[in-house]
Design a protein around this ligand. Structure first.
Ligand SMILES: *[C@@H]1O[C@H](CO)[C@@H](O)[C@H](O)[C@H]1NC(C)=O
Ligand SMILES: *[C@@H]1O[C@H](CO)[C@@H](O)[C@H](O)[C@H]1NC(C)=O
Ligand SMILES: *[C@@H]1O[C@H](CO)[C@@H](O)[C@H](O)[C@H]1NC(C)=O
Ligand SMILES: *[C@@H]1O[C@H](CO)[C@@H](O)[C@H](O)[C@H]1NC(C)=O
Ligand SMILES: *[C@@H]1O[C@H](CO)[C@@H](O)[C@H](O)[C@H]1NC(C)=O
Ligand SMILES: *[C@@H]1O[C@H](CO)[C@@H](O)[C@H](O)[C@H]1NC(C)=O
Ligand SMILES: *[C@@H]1O[C@H](CO)[C@@H](O)[C@H](O)[C@H]1NC(C)=O
Ligand SMILES: *[C@@H]1O[C@H](CO)[C@@H](O)[C@H](O)[C@H]1NC(C)=O
Ligand SMILES: *[C@@H]1O[C@H](CO)[C@@H](O)[C@H](O)[C@H]1NC(C)=O
Ligand SMILES: *[C@@H]1O[C@H](CO)[C@@H](O)[C@H](O)[C@H]1NC(C)=O
Length: 690
């Protein structure tokens, strides 16, 4: 964002702050509980180093090209076309939700123009009565996709002040209509069969009633106009509709109700759907902002805790192949869950400032997300498995409700939601990587190479973090500012006690993070340099059924399985799995077949792990980084080939403490996100026989 835009933004902020304050004076009405930390407007934070390379790949890959060729975006009903993959009409809004932050973070005029074409089309086609979107009948007008569209709009309004007024106006008109619909027995939210409603046959909208309020809260906080009471009531009505539909997440995040087992041993519902859950983790907090019911806070912590404890993937996401899968390394974890967990954890961190939420966001960002993408960002999986020795149409069915083709890297290897939703991951991660506490305390919350440029109390300020993190623990900040302020760096909870820092090349000191996990500095000179060395150690994750996972810092390490003869064919139509016609694909879109050409059935000795720097971890990283040859640091382990059966068309559950004999081999582990075929949950060798 250039200086002019920043000044403009500041001006709007100030102006609206006054409007808002006045509204609160004239009406002693309700206040939303503020976030502990404020976000910076989209565009203030940009990426550099490996993360910028990733965003460029994303912009030049599938995500940045869907607008031009993909039928569910380019020919979506939202743009006057005829293609939708479901009654929800959600595909183009999913796309919009990520193209806006991607376009503004990489500052790419092609993508900005895509976003603007969509904005212009949709706002100029807003219906007389205020409805946003292509639907014209009661039966097809479902609220859900509007939640995604409004996510895109609010980001747009922040990034492009020239569009703010127009966007806010459209949101108000829509909110007024929505209010009247919801008051009329939740029209558009709960289907009435007597009316022939057909906008949400699977109850996704009723399971996600907190998502629209996220944007309405933004409107209420920033641009309430004359509408505060109506906005507030609309938010309440969304929650009330969810309750009426039996989708109150506060009834689910309860001990004894929350499932400790997975399918097929549980009864499925909207709550056991993995993407719903990843989103539902935000529900109690969005509600808390309104009700101030203090019980919702421990409930949120428990919800996150149980989600990871009973259904967490080693890579930082949820195991659910549609519905929860417990801890099985055979089961699928959807790409949508990785990006929604990143978004939820960043949201919760910003609200509560609890360190583990940010650690969780990083873990999904550096493991689950990249593992699901081809190195060039032109193909993605629908589901990934923790142990995944091949990626192809499986000969049997390990998943609960995903086609056996679901772990293929392709265009739409199952439902197309991940085709249109994977793109939000890194752009939103970058956008939430710095936050503001109070008036002038800035926190680097999600670590990676990024730069923040902002204006605090009228003074320009920039913080640039040069780093290869998470591939290295070394961070170097160049800070330039014209005022005194506090700068804090979030210290991940895995960082060991010998982590150090120094300011302006003075002596190194030990890090002493405060109780929030923050290492804070008073910045008073115009130019300051801060260096931080986070010391990583190899961590062995909690055994699951005797098998272990290996971490080094935030990275999960996995067996580097070779797939020397990867092949591909044209992308298949997800509905009938026939080849898509040539006018529906591009030369870069493929569905890949990856078969292991090296051994994968190893048990390891977890005490034998050693690190190796393939190349200096502090020199410029390769791009694409999430490729077998990319990451600079590898781990070696003593291992033995064991009898490990194939079941359900894939690697069976790891044998429990298999007895091994004979010479061990040294096997190489690389970051999971780079190992498109991988074993990440290893049997521990019983070495009595060695
Ligand atoms: C203030 O709030 C009350 C109750 O929510 C509402 O009836 C009234 O219309 C509001 N007044 C203004 C000026 O918005
Ligand atoms: C309101 O909706 C419920 C289902 O959500 C339905 O049973 C009831 O008949 C509806 N009432 C009216 C007046 O339409
Ligand atoms: C607020 O309401 C008044 C009176 O209805 C109207 O004149 C004014 O334009 C409204 N302001 C905004 C920002 O909508
Ligand atoms: C407050 O939240 C708790 C936890 O969700 C819930 O059990 C309780 O009913 C809520 N209280 C009120 C007054 O809504
Ligand atoms: C679970 O909650 C406890 C305390 O409530 C906390 O110490 C622990 O870190 C949490 N675990 C996870 C995985 O969030
Ligand atoms: C995948 O294999 C299953 C049998 O396991 C078969 O029914 C299905 O047609 C195959 N799909 C593709 C895309 O080849
Ligand atoms: C830095 O370390 C050197 C050598 O240990 C010591 O002599 C010096 O006093 C230290 N400087 C400060 C400012 O602590
Ligand atoms: C911090 O890391 C840099 C680069 O790896 C190294 O030169 C320096 O000695 C480290 N400092 C400490 C105190 O470990
Ligand atoms: C995909 O398959 C469905 C079901 O056979 C069919 O209706 C649709 O036209 C196909 N889409 C394309 C783009 O070929
Ligand atoms: C390619 O992979 C298949 C297993 O899917 C294997 O049978 C074949 O030998 C491999 N070919 C080469 C040239 O490695």
């Amino acid at each position: 964002m250039n200086l002019l835009l920043l000044l403009l933004y500041n001006f709007i902020e100030v102006t609206l702050f006054h409007t808002c304050a006045m509204a609160l004076q004239t009406n002693n009405s309700l206040v939303l509980v503020p976030f502990r930390y404020k976000a910076f407007p989209l565009g203030s934070i940009t990426a550099s180093g490996w993360l910028n390379d990733q965003l460029r790949l994303e912009a030049n890959g599938l995500a940045g090209n869907l607008f031009d060729f993909y039928r569910y975006v380019a020919e979506s009903t939202w743009l006057g076309g005829t293609y939708e993959y479901s009654e929800l009409h959600e595909s183009a809004p999913y796309w919009f939700n990520y193209i806006v932050p991607l376009a503004y973070i990489v500052d790419d005029s092609r993508l900005k123009s895509q976003a603007q074409q969509f904005l212009d089309y949709t706002l100029s086609h807003q219906a007389e009565d205020g409805w946003l979107g292509p639907e014209t009948t009661r039966q097809t007008r479902g609220v859900w996709a509007r939640s995604l569209f409004l996510f895109g709009l609010t980001q747009y309004a922040e990034a492009e002040p020239s569009q703010t007024e127009r966007i806010v106006k459209a949101m108000h008109r829509f909110t007024i209509l929505l209010n009247s619909m919801l008051r009329n027995n939740f029209t558009g939210l709960i289907e009435q069969h007597s009316e022939g409603d057909d906008f949400d046959p699977w109850g996704f909208g009723t399971s996600r009633t907190h998502e629209l309020p996220v944007s309405l809260q933004w409107l209420y906080d920033n641009y309430p106009s004359n509408n505060s009471d109506l906005i507030w009531e609309t938010m309440e009505l969304m929650f009330a509709g969810g309750r009426q539909a039996g989708r109150d997440w506060t009834r689910f995040f309860v001990e004894g109700v929350f499932p400790t087992l997975g399918t097929p041993n549980i009864v499925t519902s909207g709550f056991t759907h993995g993407v719903n859950l990843a989103e539902g983790l935000r529900y109690p907090t969005v509600l808390y902002r309104m009700t101030k019911n203090e019980s919702l806070i421990p409930q949120t912590f428990n919800a996150v805790n149980w989600t990871y404890l009973y259904h967490g993937s080693r890579a930082g996401s949820i195991i659910a192949d549609e519905h929860l899968g417990n801890l099985s390394p055979q089961r699928g974890s959807e790409t949508c869950m990785a990006v929604e967990m990143m978004f939820s954890m960043a949201y919760l961190y910003r609200f509560y400032g609890v360190n583990t939420f940010a650690d969780n966001a990083e873990r999904a960002a550096f493991n689950a997300l990249p593992a699901a993408l081809s190195p060039d960002w032109w193909a993605h999986q629908y589901v990934q498995q923790t142990n995944q020795p091949w990626s192809r149409n499986l000969t049997a069915q390990p998943y609960f409700n995903v086609v056996p083709y679901g772990n293929t890297f392709g265009l739409e290897p199952n439902f197309p939601c991940c085709t249109v939703n994977h793109g939000q991951g890194y752009p939103k991660f970058v956008a939430s990587s710095y936050v503001l506490e109070g008036e002038s305390s800035i926190i680097h919350s999600l670590l990676s190479p990024t730069t923040l440029r902002t204006i605090i109390r009228g003074s320009e300020l920039s913080i640039s973090c040069e780093t290869n993190y998470p591939f290295s623990g070394r961070l170097r900040y160049s800070i330039s500012c014209g005022l005194e302020f506090e700068f804090c760096i979030r210290i991940p909870s895995w960082a060991t006690a010998d982590s150090t820092f120094r300011v302006d090349a003075n002596n190194w000191s030990s890090l002493l993070p405060n109780s929030d996990g923050l290492q804070c500095f008073q910045i008073s000179s115009r130019k300051t340099t801060i260096e931080v060395n986070l010391t990583m150690a190899i961590n062995i994750g909690e055994p699951r059924n005797g098998a272990v996972a290996i971490y080094y810092g935030p990275l999960l390490y996995a067996l580097d399985i070779e797939y020397a003869n990867a092949t591909y064919h044209g992308p298949l139509n997800f509905t009938d799995q026939t080849s898509l016609p040539a006018d529906q694909i591009t030369p870069e879109t493929h569905d890949w077949v990856l078969d292991a050409t090296s051994e994968w059935r190893y048990a390891i000795d977890p005490t034998s792990l050693t690190l190796q720097e393939r190349f200096p971890a502090d020199q410029d990283l390769k791009s694409p980084i999430w490729d077998r040859q990319g990451p600079p640091v590898v781990i070696w382990a003593d291992a033995w080939v064991v009898s490990w059966e194939e079941t359900l068309g894939t690697a069976g559950l790891p044998p429990v403490n298999p007895v091994v004999s004979g010479e061990s081999t040294r096997i190489r582990l690389i970051p999971y996100g780079a190992a498109k075929l991988h074993i990440a949950e290893f049997p521990v060798a019983n070495m009595l026989g060695v």
